[in-house]
Write a protein that binds this ligand. Structure first.
Ligand code: ZN
Length: 484
């Protein structure tokens, strides 16, 4: 940059030529032009040029040392060594902080000061370091075992800014620093074959009537990211549908230790009445564990379709006990499940029977009569009781039979106790009732999804010629194999 002072020169000339009328104008011009004006009142005798050496706008990489190139001074067209005049430099550059700075140069000569400045911009133009420690990775790990770190000259550690995406045969890692500098790395996929997930199609427990064929629904094989893999598996089972009992089906992979298992219950089918012979399809809707918060809503839905059901009731939710009366008055069967639903009832038959009798008194209190029909908590096949008392279920069954009570298990499980949601509950029930002539359907009136689904199930049943009935002592019993 060279000082020329043209801007002020015209005003200066005019103010000299014109009279005092312009004195005010002259002074305002003087003030406006300030120091520079004063320079050129001198410049008539002395011509001083101050010029930057190097760029007027200097770009500096962050953390690089700034070496100022200085200025060139010319007085009367003759270069003068800057050391021979009074010269100061005001250098504000901070090279480890991004930003714009100025370097101001001041020369004082013959009592006048001359200024010039330079702009220095500190930028980060260095890519971050992206170091990947993993050489190859299984795709099925979903990228979870990738190990890497990223460090930037300005931002420091920016490992958390690394973005991992999946490409055809590799993971792509990208990291960008705060100035937009980007680094990219790739990690190729290794051969797959590990981290396989086996998911059952159908339900964990399947029920087959004695003598009927068992058709296995198979499994879905996928990697842990959920991508289905086309890998063969073998199925092992010893199911004999002529012998009631609880069987296991095992699914195995040829080259992986991963396994999956399903339980198949073959139950005794007792056709003691003529419903079955008539070819009519009968559905016994049963609801366990209530009455509870949703029972009233369920009763309204059942009333709307005039469908009757069987409630295996408890006293777990005291506030809803008066609904036992409505269940009874609406024409449903109030049957017994347990007072407490505490597994400690299986510590002994005495424990079990005490709980049973107390509940039966509560039923009588609300309905006017005790019941002869019940369902064991967990069903007759439950194995939880093993942890309480070995053999207690066999004893409970025989004792309860002797005492004249009839128990029911189920041959269709809605899956609601295991957490099935609306669609799954509907599917489980429809699949179950479609494949048999009489179905004892296990549901729970303390499960919200069940209440949300029941109307759809009833509509399906009515549309497809099913009869809904309540369980009575002479209804066909469905008993699981007693496992303890
Ligand atoms: Zn229960």
């Amino acid at each position: 940059m060279i000082y020329s002072g043209n801007k002020c020169k015209g005003k200066n000339a005019r103010s000299r030529r014109y009279s005092a009328v312009f004195i005010v104008a002259f002074f305002s011009a003087f003030l406006t032009c300030g120091l520079i004006f004063s320079t050129y009142s001198h410049a008539d005798k002395t011509k001083l040029h101050l010029e930057l050496i190097g760029d007027k706008n200097h770009i500096l990489s962050v953390n690089e040392m700034y070496e100022d190139e200085g200025v060139k001074l010319t007085i009367n067209n003759k270069e003068v060594d800057i050391k021979d005049v009074s010269y100061t430099v005001d250098n504000k550059v901070t090279s480890d902080i991004l930003g714009e700075y100025t370097v101001d140069y001041h020369v004082t000569y013959e009592d006048k000061t001359y200024n010039i400045s330079r702009k220095v911009t500190v930028v980060d133009d260095v890519k971050p370091e992206l170091v990947v420690l993993t050489r190859e990775v299984t795709r099925s790990s979903c990228g979870n075992n990738l190990r890497y770190y990223a460090f930037d000259n300005y931002d420091g550690v920016i490992t958390d800014k690394v973005v991992v995406s999946e490409e055809d045969s590799q993971y792509k890692l990208v990291v960008t620093d705060s100035s937009g500098n980007e680094s990219v790395a790739y990690v190729p996929f290794a051969n797959e074959g590990t981290d396989i997930v086996l998911e059952l199609k159908g339900t964990l427990i399947e029920y087959v009537a004695k003598g009927e064929a068992y058709v296995d629904k198979g499994i879905k094989v996928s990697n842990i990211c959920g991508r289905e893999l086309n890998i063969n598996y073998s199925v092992e089972s010893t199911i004999d549908t002529n012998v009631p009992g609880t069987y296991r089906v095992r699914y195995k992979m040829s080259d992986s230790p991963v396994e999956q298992e399903r339980i198949v219950v073959v139950y005794d089918k007792v056709t003691s009445n003529n419903i079955h012979e008539s070819g009519e399809k009968v559905v016994y809707l049963t609801f366990d564990d209530g009455p509870g918060a949703y029972t009233e809503e369920l009763l309204d839905i059942l009333a709307k379709y005039d469908v009757k059901a069987t409630f295996f009731v408890t006293a777990q939710f005291k506030k809803y006990l008066p609904l036992l009366k409505r269940e009874h008055d609406d024409g449903h069967v109030v049957a017994l499940h347990t007072k407490t639903h505490d597994w400690n009832i299986y510590r002994s038959f005495e424990n079990y029977y005490k709980d049973f009798l107390e509940m039966n008194s509560i039923i009588e209190e609300y309905t006017g009569a005790k019941t002869k029909i019940f369902r064991f908590p967990g069903g007759g096949s439950n194995t939880i009781s093993r942890g309480k008392s070995l053999g207690v279920m066999k004893y409970n069954v025989s004792q309860m039979n002797k005492l004249g009570y009839t128990y029911f298990d189920w041959n269709v499980d809605s899956g609601d106790a295991a957490g099935a949601q609306e669609d799954k509950i509907f599917q489980n029930v429809i699949n179950g009732i479609s494949s048999r002539n009489y179905s004892v359907v296990l549901m729970h009136d303390i499960k919200r999804p069940t209440i949300n689904t029941i109307e759809k199930i009833i509509q399906y049943g009515l549309d497809n010629g099913y009869t809904f009935a309540t369980l009575t002592a002479d209804a066909p019993t469905v008993h699981h194999h007693v496992n303890n």
